[in-house]
Design a protein around this ligand. Structure first.
Ligand SMILES: [Zn+2]
Length: 206
C-alpha cells in the first residue's frame, strides 16, 4: 500500500496489528475516524489508555477488575465453597449471563499448551491449589473448553488436588468438542452447569 501521508500510514499500521484486521480494513477505519469529530478519536484513545493504566486483576480470582477485589468475590451472597475454574474473563461473562451460577470463579489466564510454550507455571494454578488446601472450597467445577488443552489443564489440576478434601466436577459435555465455551448458548451452558458430572466419571467416559 502506497501512502501519500506518513501520519496516515502509521495509524493504519497500528490498527492493522489488531487480530482479524487487515490493512484495507484498517485504512477504512482510520479514514472513518478522520471524518468524525476529533472528540471521537480522543475518547477512543483515552479509553484504551485508561484501560491499560488502571486495569487490575482480582487478588482472589485473578479476573480482570477495576478494584483489587472484583465485584463477584466481594459479593457476600456468592458461595465461597463453590468455585468454577475458567480460562479467562470471556468464560466468566458467558457463565454470568446464564444466571445459573451463584459460586465464585478462579481465572487461570489460559490453558496448558506445550505447542504455544504455556506450562502450568504460566497459569494461576498454584494459587488455586493453595485455596483448596485452606479448606474453604468444597467443590471445584472445571469449565474449560473441551479441547485437548482444556482436558490437559483439567487433568493437571485434578492431580494437584487429588486426595484433598474437595469434590471435583465438570460441566456436562453437551458442548461439542472444540467449541469454545464463549460460543455456547446461554440455555445450554446454564443447563451444563446445573447438570455437571463428577470429574472422574467424565474421564472414564472418554
Ligand atoms: Zn474476584
Amino acid at each position: 500500500m502506497d501512502f501519500s501521508s506518513k501520519l496516515l500510514e502509521n495509524a493504519v499500521y497500528e490498527v492493522s496489528q489488531l487480530p482479524g484486521i487487515g490493512k484495507r480494513t484498517a485504512l477504512r477505519l482510520v479514514l472513518h475516524l478522520l471524518k468524525q469529530p476529533e472528540q471521537r478519536t480522543e475518547n477512543l484513545s483515552n479509553s484504551l489508555l485508561d484501560l491499560r493504566s488502571k486495569i487490575q486483576f482480582c487478588d482472589n480470582c485473578h479476573n480482570i477488575s477495576d478494584t483489587t477485589t472484583c465485584e463477584i468475590c466481594a459479593n457476600p451472597k456468592r458461595d465461597d465453597a463453590l468455585v468454577c475454574v475458567v480460562e479467562d474473563i470471556r468464560d466468566v461473562m458467558a457463565i454470568e449471563n446464564t444466571g445459573q451460577f451463584r459460586g465464585k470463579y478462579h481465572v487461570l489466564g489460559g490453558k496448558i499448551s506445550p505447542m504455544e510454550g504455556i506450562g502450568p507455571q504460566n497459569l494461576k494454578i498454584g494459587s488455586l491449589v493453595d485455596k483448596v488446601k485452606k479448606g474453604v472450597i468444597k467443590e471445584l467445577i472445571f469449565a474449560l473448553s473441551s479441547t485437548m488443552e482444556g482436558d490437559t489443564t483439567n487433568f493437571y489440576i485434578f492431580r494437584q488436588i487429588e486426595g484433598l478434601n474437595v469434590k471435583t466436577s465438570t460441566i456436562a459435555r453437551g458442548i461439542a468438542v472444540g467449541d469454545e465455551l464463549e460460543y455456547a448458548d446461554e440455555v445450554t451452558l446454564g443447563r451444563s452447569i446445573l447438570n455437571r458430572v463428577p470429574f472422574e466419571g467424565s474421564l472414564r467416559q472418554d
